[in-house]
Design a protein around this ligand. Structure first.
Ligand SMILES: Cc1cc2nc3c(=O)[nH]c(=O)nc-3n(C[C@H](O)[C@H](O)[C@H](O)COP(=O)(O)OP(=O)(O)OC[C@H]3O[C@@H](n4cnc5c(N)ncnc54)[C@H](O)[C@@H]3O)c2cc1C
Ligand code: SF4
Length: 513
């Protein structure tokens, strides 16, 4: 069997239309895929995330076979399976003797470096194709940011709206406004969310069930649960999930984008991030569908714009940040946070109702929506002063949609402010009162969100004030922090001492010291 070109397809590159495949010839070239232990072990990948990647990869390999491709595929349970991608690829290169390697640009610096090093060591040319799943390239991002002192997502987003003609009337934004954020901050009020549209559930088929059995049996030490699994694992399912979202949840997406409610993980969110990041769904087709739904009068403008801002704006922006800042970015620790990640992130055992809810839901589903990630678990880690690299490893392992290019800037930059303001113009910090306003978590909590000291003091509120006091000097220079710092400076000396002491006591408690 001769192989001209070996096409490396990674677990997050399950795109039938990828350029790397379009440019190849099934008669002479071969696809190479591998399940490698290292990918679920270099950070502790949750059972949900591991099962999703494996199930989607196996389905994709079957699909490629149907399309006429020869596929060399290493399964985790192959007796000859090697633990790392690089080891498995080296072995297969030596056996298949291709004359060149090709792949779509990967989503992680570590993997890109490993494949490059291997190609060099094997003396093989390596062709890397742009990932056409995205609207933009990293080169677009570099030229957008060149010469700018401050990077802001908003300018990038407007540029892409114009460039791709998304929600535009000529050269003006549809509705005369670029941004409807002000309409998108509602909470549910005491009545709660009421009847929510049912979620699409994709029953595991035999391929997925086999994966689930493997993860439950041989990888039982991985964090989280696998009692239910409903993620789309094929392109057909991803398209169905997109249609369901656009029809039932998008019309109320924007208004309740930031709201949280006990026992309701999904609300009006799309849950499409995993399908997007595995490339089962194209960013362009999703944005196109959302715009179409608005133009046909099925979805209000504020909801369509709010959603498109996330996909065309934030998602493409964080990718640019990642690839222009790596590899140094992963090591940044601008606020010099040095606490280890406490056990509560793995076991959800805490009297804090908000943290318990979001961590339990994450362990069970591998999912939390943006505000739960940013303003509950992320906020708690930031206020505690947890090392950003440990927070990053947790987010990268736990969520079904986690791939480093998107997870790292969101965690280390947006949520932990460890990059000194590349991603966010100020740290996202708030007291328990914010969580109380946006959810019903505080109603059933033993603590009181307004109290910063005393028996009932909300740890988020105590830690919030302690954070401002700890970082007073650095943050006073941030124009957007002036009000918060001024409020902290109004605290009397006794209150300051009480808050700092109570915050320290809480830190010691969660570390079990
Ligand atoms: C600490 C932290 C870690 C995160 N880690 C990831 C991650 O590993 N993978 C990931 O895809 N998203 C990540 N996000 C962004 C966001 O939380 C998720 O994209 C979203 O919650 C996924 O759920 P959904 O599909 O229901 O999103 P929806 O609320 O329906 O949003 C729509 C889509 O917009 C995109 N999107 C929204 N916000 C962002 C953002 N900030 N950055 C990039 N894309 C965005 C996603 O593709 C998402 O599917 C993280 C956010 C934070 C604060
Ligand atoms: S009172 Fe504080 S700890 Fe309790 S749920 Fe509210 S914010 Fe969280």
């Amino acid at each position: 069997m001769t192989v001209r070109r070996l096409l490396v397809v990674l677990g997050d590159q399950l795109d039938e239309t990828a350029q790397a495949l379009q440019q190849a010839d099934p008669a002479r070239d071969m696809v190479w895929m591998a399940e490698a232990q290292e990918e679920s072990r270099h950070v502790r990948s949750s059972k949900q995330r591991t099962a999703l990647f494996l199930a989607a990869m196996r389905h994709f390999a079957v699909r490629l076979g149907e399309l006429g491709w020869r596929v060399q595929y290493q399964r985790l349970d192959d007796p000859q399976a090697l633990p790392t991608l690089a080891q498995a690829l080296r072995r297969d290169i030596e056996q298949l003797k291709p004359s060149e390697l090709a792949m779509t640009a990967p989503g992680e610096w570590r993997v890109l470096e490993a494949v490059r090093a291997l190609a060099k060591a094997q003396n093989l040319p390596l062709e890397i194709y742009d990932d056409t799943h995205f609207f933009t390239t990293v080169r677009d991002f570099s030229s957008h940011t060149q010469g700018r002192k401050q990077w802001r997502m908003e300018y990038w987003y407007r540029e892409q709206r114009r460039r791709f003609g998304v929600l535009m009337d000529g050269d003006k934004p549809v509705g005369g406004q670029w941004n409807f954020d002000a309409d998108n901050r509602a909470s549910f009020g005491s009545a709660g969310p009421g009847d929510l549209p049912p979620m699409p559930r994709f029953e595991p088929d035999e391929i997925t069930l086999e994966v689930i059995r493997h993860v439950q049996g041989k990888m039982a030490d991985l964090p989280g649960e696998l009692t239910e699994f409903h993620w789309p694992v094929t392109r057909a399912q991803a398209l169905q999930a997109m249609d369901d979202f656009v029809r039932w949840r998008l019309p109320r997406f924007g208004q309740f984008e930031d709201a949280m409610w006990l026992g309701e993980p999904w609300l009006y969110h799309s849950q499409l991030s995993a399908a997007l990041n595995l490339k089962l769904l194209g960013a362009r087709e999703l944005v196109h569908e959302v715009e179409r739904a608005h133009r046909e009068g099925r979805v209000p403008l504020a909801d369509a714009e709010g959603y498109i801002r996330q996909v065309l704006g934030w998602r493409e922006y964080v990718r640019g940040v990642y690839w222009t800042q790596m590899p140094g970015y992963a090591q940044l620790n601008g606020l010099k946070a040095d606490m280890p990640l406490p056990a509560v992130f793995w076991n959800a055992q805490t009297p804090m109702a908000c943290v318990r809810e979001v961590v339990s839901q994450t362990l069970k589903q591998g999912y939390a929506h943006h505000i739960q990630r940013l303003m509950v678990t992320g906020l708690y880690a930031l206020l505690l002063g947890v090392r950003p690299q440990e927070v990053h490893a947790w987010y990268l392992g736990m969520y079904v949609d986690a791939v480093e290019w998107v997870e790292l800037p969101n965690t280390l930059g947006m949520s932990q402010y460890a990059d000194g303001g590349i991603m966010a113009s100020k740290p996202y910090v708030a007291s328990g009162k914010y969580i109380d306003r946006m959810s019903n978590y505080c109603k059933g909590c033993v603590y009181r969100p307004q109290d910063s000291t005393g028996d009932k003091a909300c740890p988020i509120t105590t830690l919030y004030w302690a954070f401002l006091l700890r970082h007073e000097n650095e943050l006073a220079r941030q124009p957007r922090m002036v009000m918060q710092i001024k409020n902290a400076q109004r605290l009397g000396e006794t209150d300051r001492q009480l808050i700092l002491a109570q915050a320290e006591q809480h830190r010691q408690q969660v570390l079990g010291v």
